[in-house]
Each structure stands twice: as C-alpha cells, then as structure tokens.
Design a binder for this molecule. Structure first.
Ligand SMILES: *Cc1c(COP(=O)(O)O)cnc(C)c1O
Length: 465
C-alpha cells in the first residue's frame, strides 16, 4: 500500500466547502482492496483459511488510515467468500455489483426511512417500488408495501397485521398455521407475538414437501372445536430445505371461506413472480393478503433486502399507527416508519431500485433461469440409484444416501461435507425430519456448468467408497 496513505487526513465528517480529497482517496483505496478480493475469490476458498488478529477496542487516539486499511484488508480476507463458485451452501449469493454501489450511496445519504421529511425522495422511491412489486403480484390499486431488514421481520410485520385485523391482539387463543417445512422464523415470530406453543399449528407436508390440504382442513376443524382462533394461514413459496411450493390457490380459498388472513412466505420463491415464464407454477399470488419477498436471496441484492407486500396498505397503516410525536407532518403524509415494526430504517431500497434497473427484465430472467437450470443439471447427474432426492421446482436440492439408517446418514453427510470443503466446495447439512441431509443452493451466478459436473461426480464417487 502506498506510503501516501500515512498522510491522509480524514475529517470526522465529510466537510462542506472543501473538496474532501482525502475521503475520495480513502474510498478509492477501499474499492481497490474490495475489487482485488473479488478477483482472487476463486483462488481463495469459500471459507477463509486463516483467522485474523484484529484488535476490536479503540485506542485513546484514533489510528492512522493506513492501519485502518490494513485492518479492513484482514477483515475481508478472513470473511466468508460468497463470490467463490463453490459457495453453494446457503441462500447467500455473491453481491450484485450495482447493489454494492447502492449500499455506498445509502451510507453517504444517511437518510432515514422513518419519516418523509428525513427521506423525501427515497420514501417515495420505496412506496413506488413496493407498488410496482404489488402490481406484478396482481394486487390492486389499494396495495402497497414496506421494506424491512430481512424476511423474519417481514413475516412478523404480516402476522402482527393479521392478528390486529382479526381483533385478536390480546387474545390468548389466537393461533396461526404453517406447514411443518415452513421457515424457523415463524417460531421466533410466535415468541415475539406471545403465541402459545400449541397455538402455532403445523400441518404435515406430502412427499413433495407441500402442505397437505386434507390435513389442513381437518386441523382447522379440530382447532375450532378446541376454541382456537386462527388469524392467519401461511403458505411457503419455496421451502428452505427443498424449495417446495405449498398449494397457493387451495390454501387461499380456504382462507377466503373461513375469513382468515392469507400470508405467503415468498422469501425464497416470491422473486420469481416478477419474472415471466421462468416457473409456470407461480401464479394466483394475488389471492393472498400479504407476501414476503427477499431480493437479497436469489437476486443478490446486498443484505438486507426484503419486502412485505399487502393487498391493502391501509391494513399496515391501521396496525402500526402510533402518530409520530417527534415529527411535524401533515395528515396526508404517510410516514413509512408507521407501516411496520422498525423505527429508523436505512435506505435499503436504493440498492434494490438500482439492481432492478441495472438488470432489466432480461437480466432478472437470466439469473432466475440459470439457477433453475443448474439445479436440473446437478439433479440429472446425481445417481438416482444411490440417493433419495428432495427438490421442488426451485433452485434448492437436498439429498441423502439410500439404504442407510439415520445415524449412517448423519455420518455420511458430515464426512462428505468436509471432503467437499477440502475441494473448495461449500454445501450445507440441514436437519431434515430428524436426520442431517446434504443441501445445495444453486443461487451463485459464478458457478459454471463445469463446477456442477465436478461437484456431482465427486458426490457420486464418494458414495462408492
Ligand atoms: C430466509 C428465509 C426467511 C427469513 O429471512 P431472513 O432474511 O433471514 O430474516 C423466511 N422464510 C424463508 C422461507 C426463508 O428462506
């Protein structure tokens, strides 16, 4: 690093009436470190080889910029490396290029999505973009949405809203329904909402991982007899372990007939709704009252990027209304801090807005389609005589060896995961119905056909050892 850096004199804050030349240099230097790391990402490993020796506490006096840049370097090189083509373990793709810029801009603006006066243009951008997503879903003019820091929070926003609408906010019999393969965030939501364990009702899935409709009907009857008051049924559009899609239309109709809020957890699969013809199974979403979509997952908008879309924005408005006593604004102004559980919020919408414009419809299709094609390629090579395969229509696949008991499966998956990591391929080992299986998420655009063929062959050969 050049010795010039020692002389950088960074102001505490960007300053008016100067050129902020040193800030400019600092940004350039940081960009250089980051871009070099991206260039080296395949040489490195998905998981860092070495730990850093970063000192966490500040000294009496602030350190030199050169020291900070060295620290930034160490931090980066000791971090998880999502851009490596072998990073296939989780729903954490490489960062979409332009969204890195979006994060930088959001940092520079430091606007607050709490209130219109603290983020005039960005509040409008969020409103407009949520509306655009809502229209893609098929919602009507009354619809809208809110961004939150992740799918867990948006699922929570939806459940708070559903319970409020049902008039059950303080009712101990308030209950909601998910499938047994729904995301673990619903357990957390139930705790936050003060829902009793027995009132988080889970429905068994069929062999494809979809909520079993006759069991759902039966459970609703049983629950009613027990005096439970169901305020929401959640369908998962893309389960975390195998990317299955619950029967949206059937569940939606059951909700309509029983006057129950219908929430879709589309954290993984909802993004396919904004694209044409990648998966034809994604339709009828407008039957829902709310849907969570996480562009941070497959599109690679940098974390966090998650939206909750609702069929009628007034539901969120009524649920979270408090008035903002510290903000002076007129009645007509909708302060977006009153549409969800978060107060101050970063301008995350900028990177989503830039990301979508940067990709265009074709780019979005390209990313979504390639993820599905990769999954299919892998599934076709994996030896079906040797493995049980669990995979819905999305880009996620789980598998386990046939003819083994659970203990043997647990061991095999552990050894195989380690073996693959030695080959710079990182996959995951989730708990699935009481045993640990292996899972691959084909959401990494840097993973090429050759990587997938190699991976499938390594696994096929491993089972023959
Ligand atoms: C990831 C995920 C969530 C939670 O989203 P976070 O952004 O991690 O809070 C919810 N549901 C499903 C199906 C998910 O895969």
């Amino acid at each position: 690093m050049d010795s010039d850096l020692n002389k950088l004199l960074i102001d505490y804050f960007p300053t008016p009436n100067t050129e902020n030349k040193d800030l400019f240099k600092l940004l350039n230097q940081t960009s250089k470190i980051i871009c070099e790391w991206f260039s080296l990402s395949e040489e490195l490993s998905p998981i860092p080889q070495k730990k850093n020796n970063l000192i966490y506490e500040p000294n009496k006096y602030g350190c030199e910029i050169k020291t900070l840049l060295d620290d930034i370097h160490s931090l980066i090189y000791s971090s998880f490396n999502p851009s490596h083509p072998g990073s296939l373990a989780h729903l954490d793709p490489p960062p979409l290029t332009i969204s890195i810029v979006g994060d930088l801009i959001a940092g520079a603006l430091n606007n607050n999505l709490l209130a219109e006066e603290l983020s005039p243009s960005i509040s409008r951008l969020e409103d407009d973009l949520c509306k655009w997503f809502a229209m893609k879903i098929g919602f009507e003019d009354s619809s809208g949405g809110i961004a939150a820091s992740g799918g867990t929070l948006n699922n929570l926003n939806a459940l708070v809203c559903a319970r409020f609408k049902a008039g059950l906010t303080c009712d101990p019999d308030a209950s909601f329904i998910v499938s047994e393969e729904a995301h673990v965030s619903f357990k957390k939501c139930a705790k936050i909402l003060g829902i009793k364990d027995e009132n988080l009702i889970t429905i068994e899935t069929d062999i494809y991982g979809k909520m079993n409709i006759s069991k759902l009907n039966k459970k609703i009857e049983e629950s009613n007899l027990l005096g439970k008051k169901i305020f929401c049924i959640v369908a998962t559009l893309g389960t975390t372990i195998r990317g299955s899609i619950d029967p949206i239309f059937e569940i939606g109709n059951i909700c309509k007939n029983n006057n129950i809020w219908f929430h879709i957890d589309g954290s993984i699969g909802g993004i396919f709704a904004i694209s044409n013809n990648v998966i034809n199974k994604i339709s009828n979403l407008s039957i829902a009252n709310s849907i969570t979509i996480n562009p941070q997952k497959l599109l690679g908008i940098t974390k966090t990027s998650s939206l909750l879309l609702v069929d009628d924005i007034n539901h969120l408005r009524k649920t979270f209304y408090t008035g903002l006593p510290y903000i002076d604004s007129s009645e007509e102004v909708l302060n977006r801090g009153e549409l969800g559980v978060q107060g101050s919020r970063p301008a995350e919408i900028i990177k989503l807005w830039l990301g979508l414009k940067f990709l265009g419809e074709e780019g979005i299709n390209d990313i979504l389609k390639s993820s599905i094609m990769k999954k299919i390629l892998f599934e076709n090579i994996l030896d079906k005589n040797k493995f049980n395969i669990y995979s819905g229509s999305l880009h996620i696949i789980s598998f386990e060896p046939k003819n083994m008991n659970f203990e043997q499966i647990n061991n095999w998956s552990l050894v195989t995961k380690k073996f693959l990591l030695e080959n710079k391929i990182m996959i995951s080992r989730p708990l699935f119905k009481n045993r640990y299986v292996l899972r691959i998420v084909f959401g990494n655009f840097n993973t090429k056909k050759s990587h997938i063929i190699k991976l499938a062959n390594l696994i096929n050969n491993k089972i023959n050892e």
